[in-house]
Design a protein around this ligand. Structure first.
Ligand SMILES: Cc1cc2nc3c(=O)[nH]c(=O)nc-3n(C[C@H](O)[C@H](O)[C@H](O)COP(=O)(O)O)c2cc1C
Length: 330
C-alpha cells in the first residue's frame, strides 16, 4: 500500500481527531467536503493489547468490544489513520501489529499531546512530552512492529514552545513519517492562542528529510489555512469543523446564499443518515450536539433548540430541519 504521507499533495487537510465528535459519520461528511486525511479519536493501546492477548477471543466478541468500536471505520474513509495512546512500548507494538493485520488503515498515529486530567494521571498522552525518552521508545517499538506509515500528534512542548525543536528530530530519528503539531504547550491546555513559529522552524530544520510537518491550532476558515500553511505540508483542523465541515471546501464561502443553504441542508441529512446507518439510534442521539453546532447563530435556532436536543430518529431530524428552514426540503 502507498504511504499516505507521501501520496497526498500539499496541502494535506487533516480532520484533527476529537473524541466524541469525529466518528465515522462526521469523518465521511468532512471527507466529502474536502478533508483529504482522516484520523480516529485516541484509542487505548493497553486495551487493544489486552483483548488481542486473550486466548480464544471470538470475532463476535471483538466486534462488540467498545475499543474495537472506536477503531472501526468504513471503506470510504480511506485514507484514515488509527490513533493510539498509552505508555508501554510493547503494548503499542502489539496493538499496531494487530491493527495492521486486521484493519489495514492508512497509518498509525501516536498521541503525545492529550492534556486531559485522567490521561495525564496515567502517564499517557502529553506526559510523553515530559518523558521524551519513553516517547522515543514507543515510536521505535511501533516502527519495528508494523510497516504502516507512522505519525505522532503532539504539542510544542510540556511547558516551553521550543521543546519541539529538540524532541521533533528525535521522533524523526526513531522513524516517524510525519508530525502533527498543535501550537500550544501542555501547560497551556487550550488557553492562550496557538503559536506556529516553532512549527515552521522545525520544518526548516528538517527540510532535507522526507518527513511531513502538519500545523494545528485555531484554524477558523479558509483564509487561516492559506495564511498559516507557510512552509508546512498541511494543516489539521479540529474545533472549527464542528457545525462547519464546509471549512474544507474552498468554494463554499463564495457560493450564493441560497446554494449554501441547500448544501448545509443536504449535508445535515447526509450526516444523519450515515450516523443512523452506522450506529442506529445511538448515532442520532450523538448527532444532537452537531445539530446545535450546525444551527448556531441561525435566527430560529434559539426557539427550536429543544427540538434538536430531543431528536431520536431520522424523521425527527427531518421535522427539525423543516421547522428550521420553514419549507419542505425533502
Ligand atoms: C473535544 C475534543 C476532543 C479531542 N480529542 C482528541 C483526540 O482524541 N486525539 C488527539 O490527538 N487530539 C484530540 N483533540 C485535540 C485536537 O485534535 C486539536 O489538536 C486541538 O483541538 C487544536 O486544534 P483546533 O484549534 O483546530 O481545534 C481534541 C480536542 C477537542 C476539543
Amino acid at each position: 500500500m502507498k504511504n499516505c504521507w507521501q501520496t497526498i499533495k500539499k496541502p494535506i487537510l487533516l480532520l484533527a481527531p476529537m473524541a466524541g465528535y469525529t466518528d465515522s459519520a462526521f469523518r465521511i461528511v468532512c471527507k466529502n467536503q474536502g478533508a483529504n486525511l482522516l484520523m480516529t479519536e485516541l484509542i487505548s493501546a493497553d486495551a487493544i493489547a489486552h483483548f488481542v492477548g486473550k486466548k480464544q477471543v471470538t470475532s463476535n466478541k471483538i466486534q462488540t468490544n467498545p475499543t474495537y468500536k472506536l477503531m472501526e471505520f468504513q471503506k470510504e474513509e480511506m485514507p484514515i489513520i488509527v490513533q493510539l495512546f498509552g505508555k508501554h512500548p510493547e503494548k503499542f507494538a502489539i496493538a499496531a501489529k494487530w491493527i495492521e493485520e486486521n484493519l489495514s488503515p492508512a497509518g498509525i498515529d501516536i498521541n503525545m499531546g492529550c492534556p486531559a486530567k485522567k490521561v495525564i494521571a496515567s502517564n499517557h498522552g502529553a506526559t510523553l512530552l515530559r518523558d521524551q525518552a519513553r516517547g522515543v521508545e514507543v515510536v521505535k517499538a511501533v516502527r519495528v512492529a508494523t510497516k504502516l506509515p507512522l505519525s505522532v500528534k503532539t504539542r510544542l512542548g510540556w511547558e516551553r514552545d521550543d521543546e519541539i525543536l529538540e524532541f521533533g528530530p528525535k521522533l524523526i530519528d526513531a522513524g516517524v513519517d510525519a508530525l502533527i503539531i498543535h501550537g500550544r504547550t501542555y501547560k497551556d491546555g487550550f488557553a492562550n492562542v496557538s503559536r506556529w513559529e516553532n512549527i515552521y522552524a522545525l520544518k526548516s530544520k528538517i527540510q532535507n528529510l522526507n518527513v511531513k510537518i502538519i500545523g494545528n491550532g485555531d484554524i477558523k476558515n479558509q483564509t487561516d489555512i492559506m495564511e498559516r500553511i507557510g512552509n508546512l505540508d498541511g494543516v489539521a483542523i479540529g474545533r472549527a469543523t464542528v457545525g462547519n465541515p464546509f471549512i474544507f471546501n474552498p468554494d463554499f464561502l463564495s457560493l450564493p446564499e441560497k446554494e449554501k443553504m441547500e448544501i448545509i441542508k443536504k449535508t445535515i441529512i447526509e450526516h444523519a443518515k450515515l450516523a443512523f446507518e452506522i450506529k442506529g439510534e445511538k448515532g442520532i442521539i450523538e448527532l444532537r450536539k452537531h445539530l446545535l453546532a450546525y444551527f448556531k447563530g441561525h435566527p430560529r435556532a434559539k426557539n427550536l433548540r429543544k427540538s434538536f436536543v430531543t431528536v431520536k430518529s431520522l424523521s425527527d431530524i427531518r421535522k427539525a430541519l423543516i421547522a428550521m428552514y420553514a419549507i419542505d426540503i425533502l
